[in-house]
Ligand binder design. Structure first.
Ligand code: HEM
Length: 569
């Protein structure tokens, strides 16, 4: 206390800082007034003689300004929250919040967040409000509300939290504002036409073969399968980007043409994973939320390093395709002029695209490529890994899925499968859908209102409110899925009782996942190949996935299983 008081007195030499000192130290200073007063006078005399420098005055002024600014800012945030809270009084509020921090202490990290959100929707309500730091959020698993929000053409902006990805993904399709999104989505949709998707069966197959070779080396041993699948998914996403991953490597560092699966690129994958962690941490950190204050954190420095890696890889992809692919793309466009409608795959369509009557800049192309590299590999890798885990845990479903393969291909183990074969794998599709119900790769998404929206019966959603759609919560709601904990692919065999807005692993409505058909084909190709070659068995000491929301759903303790070579007779 003595040291603090001495320090305060030093500042108190200056007129403005006195306000600050008095306001913060009235009680402690009274305690030993007389002795203290003497010391103060002595101190003052000393400091006036020695220390009355302009830099101290400036410091005191600065502190006073910061304090005033902080107090003003907190009052403003509180007022905004109070206004939103009043308008959202028609929803129950998650109790137990503390001043300023709200319910943040329940929700401190990705793992706790899933647990807390599940508890809230089960105990407070399928539609409720929650305070995280100084902001009120809506947390929703209520069917009518989900339908209203997801199918709305007015609530198209993403939550502010997505902007933490801005330095990486710029205004790529995933995070961009509604106005730009409309143009970009229109431009990119043809690149996911089914005639384009058909071309990628070869890419899935080629990379699936490499995956099986890699997994053969691990036979009969316990492995965490997720890294293997991640490498494969990374190679595959370079299919629509039309540049084999080894070329990215070739350009960026290694100098030897090799596949990602042959030579893992720990830097890239680590950078992606760590960016996802940073995204979630920023959501719950006072410093992380402010643009300026974030720069004071160690996460900011890490992000800068990651961005170098991430952007250098994508720039290489674009340069590489520009060198060899632009002419082909132009030729294809010319074909279109003479009437033979040729659809361009993803990167070519960006290279020749026009937006607002001009070609895309290199940065705009990079932002879209970054977006697809991110949205298109981690999501599918997660889903495939969890699907293998579900097949391991459910031997009956595994046997049935394997039987389907046998029926489809007869006595000969196929070397490659066709697009048509993939479409015939109906039971496997149910297995994948059920996996995505219990383990949705994206467990939470967020939208933000840019004006006041009238919901129903005059209830309003105020302007600037973030709506968190808890996809995992809806998927595990017994009202929508009987016995939700049970892995039961047969739920998806018929459309009976189908409630489209209760099952949204790819989101729903206008801003749904543009890559969902691509993802389903990739997952079928990869899982069916693993299934044809291996029996998936539990390790001696099975591990239940320790789930956490890290932008994409993660199992913090990996996904452990044992693969045993099958004989195909
Ligand atoms: C199992 C795999 C996948 C899952 C579960 C999944 C899920 C989702 C979800 C839930 C969204 C909505 C995000 C939001 O509103 O914040 C989304 C959007 C998106 N996804 Fe996927 N995705 C998958 C695979 C893919 C693939 C393979 C690609 C690319 C080839 C892709 C590209 C995108 C893009 C670009 C968006 C933004 C769409 C827009 O805003 O218009 N996704 N995805």
């Amino acid at each position: 206390m003595h040291d603090i008081a001495t320090w305060l007195i030093k500042i108190n030499n200056f007129p403005l800082s006195g306000v600050f000192v008095v306001s913060t130290t009235v009680v402690p200073l009274r305690v030993s007034e007389s002795r203290f007063a003497i010391r103060c006078r002595r101190r003052r005399a000393e400091t006036t003689r020695v220390d009355a420098s302009p830099s101290r005055l400036a410091m005191a002024l600065f502190l006073a300004l910061v304090a005033t600014f902080l107090a003003g800012w907190l009052c403003y945030q509180w007022y905004c929250m109070w206004t939103v809270r009043r308008k959202l009084a028609w929803m129950p509020e998650v109790p137990g919040g503390v001043p300023i921090l709200g319910n943040i202490l329940d929700v401190g990290n990705g793992r706790d967040m899933l647990k807390a959100f599940t508890r809230y929707v089960n105990t407070v309500g399928e539609l409720c409000t929650i305070q995280l730091l100084y902001e009120k959020y809506i947390l929703a698993t209520d069917y009518d509300f989900l339908e209203f929000v997801l199918s709305s053409t007015k609530i198209l902006d993403k939550g502010n939290e997505y902007q933490h990805l801005h330095d990486w993904l710029g205004s790529g399709l995933l995070i961009t504002t509604a106005t730009k999104w409309r143009k970009s989505r229109k431009m990119l949709t043809p690149a996911f036409h089914f005639s384009i998707l058909e071309q990628f069966t070869d890419v899935f197959e080629k990379n699936g073969k490499i995956l099986v070779e890699k997994l053969e080396e691990t036979c009969d041993k316990e492995i965490d399968v997720h890294p293997y699948i991640t490498w494969c998914a990374l190679d595959i996403i370079c299919g629509p980007l039309q540049v084999p991953y080894y070329e990215i490597f070739l350009e960026s560092s290694m100098g030897v043409p090799i596949q990602a699966q042959d030579n893992t690129d720990p830097e890239y994958v680590f950078a992606v994973k760590d960016m996802c962690r940073i995204l979630i941490e920023r959501m719950f950190s006072l410093l992380g939320r402010g643009q300026w204050t974030y720069k004071l954190t160690s996460n900011y420095r890490k992000e800068k390093k990651h961005l170098n890696v991430l952007h250098s890889r994508t720039k290489s992809v674009i340069q590489s395709r520009k060198k060899e692919g632009l002419n082909q793309a132009k030729a294809a466009i010319e074909d279109e002029d003479i009437g033979s409608k040729k659809k361009l795959a993803f990167l070519d369509s960006l290279l020749v695209a026009n937006i607002d009557g001009r070609p895309l800049t290199d940065d705009e192309i990079r932002e879209e490529v970054d977006t697809f590299m991110f949205a298109g590999h981690d999501t599918t890798a997660t889903a495939i890994s969890f699907c293998l885990y579900c097949l391991m845990r459910n031997p009956e479903a595994q046997a049935k899925a394997f039987e389907e393969q046998k029926t489809l291909f007869g006595g000969t183990l196929p070397d490659t499968v066709t697009h048509r074969d993939l479409q015939e794998m109906k039971y496997l599709e149910c297995v994948l859908k059920e996996t995505l119900r219990i383990y949705p790769s994206v467990p939470i998404i967020a939208r933000r209102t840019d004006s006041e929206i009238v919901y129903k019966d005059g209830k309003v959603i105020p302007k600037d409110t973030t709506i968190m759609i808890y996809i995992l919560g809806a998927h595990m709601n017994p009202k929508y899925f009987k016995d939700p904990e049970k892995f039961d692919p047969s739920r998806f065999e018929t459309n009976e009782g189908n409630k489209p807005f209760a099952y949204t692993p790819f989101s729903a409505g206008p801003r749904n996942c543009i890559g969902q058909k691509f993802a389903m084909l990739e997952m079928k190709s990869t899982v069916s190949r693993v299934l044809r070659h291996f029996e998936i068995l539990p390790p001696k000491e099975p591990k239940v996935p320790d789930l956490a929301a890290q932008a994409v759903l993660a199992s913090l303790n990996g996904i452990h299983l044992v693969l045993k070579k099958r004989t195909w007779t």
